[in-house]
Design a protein. Sequence first.
Length: 468
Amino acid sequence: MIMSRIETAPDHTQGDLTERLLAGLPAEAVLTDPDITASYANDMASFCPAGAPAVVVLPRTVEEVQHVMRTATALRVPVVPQGARTGLSGGANASDGCIVLSLTKMDRILEISPVDRIAVVEPGVINATLSRAVNEQGLYYPPDPSSWEMCTIGGNIGTASGGLCCVKYGVTAEYVLGLDVVLADGRLMSTGRRTAKGVAGYDMTRLFVGSEGSLGIVVRAVLGLRPQPPQQLVLAAEFASAAAACDAVCRIMAGGHVPSLLEIMDRTTVKAVNDLSHMGLPETTEALLLAAFDTPDPAPDLAAVGALCEAAGATQVVPADDAAESELLLQARRLSLTALEAVRGVTMIDDVCVPRSRLGDLIEGVERIAEKHQLTIGVVAHAGDGNTHPTVCFDAADLDESRRARESFDEIMALGLELGGTITGEHGVGVLKKEWLAREIGPVGIEMQRGIKQVFDPLGILNPGKLF
């Protein structure tokens, strides 16, 4: 329905589009060389089609973004917003003839306020850059996706991304207090607040978080900050089965503990990390559980969690002695997806979130699916919040293996819903999971979401073909 509205656009030529864009943008901000524009066609997702952009625009100011959207509205040209293109669902993939609106040049940190505990940033700011900047003032921005050294705040907002610390600190949505958004017709709207509290009107800010650029273009964000916590210490526990490791997770959460991190790596992932980095992780283990605490004195917390792991059947429990040893263990976790990609050259990363109590069922189900399709599927999970990343490894040049990879991906999605979960905890829907979004929220939910889209984007030019 959205695409059909765009198809009724008035005729225009590539030259007309470029000329109109250049009327309000510097020449260096408008890229038309097909070899260059093709490099902006897609994000990091597998099995997601991408079109050929007509032009790539790299604005530096809000006014330039407004000019792009006014031009797009006048000519009925689709606009695909992009950040660093580290996404894993095809949400930033170009459509044929679109304007790719890359926001990476809008990368200023405008304000950091220790008193109000906020940061005001442009969308192209790198997550790690912001984190380090606020750390220098004794503050902490918790959301930390695995791609935090590359991904942008705008992209994090677009997908409502999470990270390793979500079990204690929550996801991006909980830290976005206010936004400036350029709408499809070029108008600028401000949402939310910079105060500690505020309930004026509908929560429009939350509506834009996770909308994947389908409702408007975020050009400024007010983000909540926390005091910087002490350095965390990590504990590693080995288990003879994934079920035992998941039992330990349930015991930890039921016991009222609040770890700053609680992660699981299955045997396939541990082996892949060892093969890539030669870190010497215990390959005899069926599951490796990492728990961390950032309390002023983490030793008692680690001891209590270690005892719960042993009660659940851990074969070995090793608490880190210092920050350096903790960082070594966390580095193994951060290498997981890179290591799994090295197994067969290409990965398809799932993002299924289930209730913590069903985490073991999900991991065991993935093992059965891997055996059925004769594929390597590693599972790494933010165990504390039930967010799993089953990662299908395959050879993209092998058509049969690629088919089995896609089938296994769909079966994992179905399993997640069957267990009372959701199709995405932090990666978004994009192109990859459109069918599954419809299954999860149902026809009435899709109708309401399309209605919201219609209000904000009546011509259907904002990131068309994504979500639904």
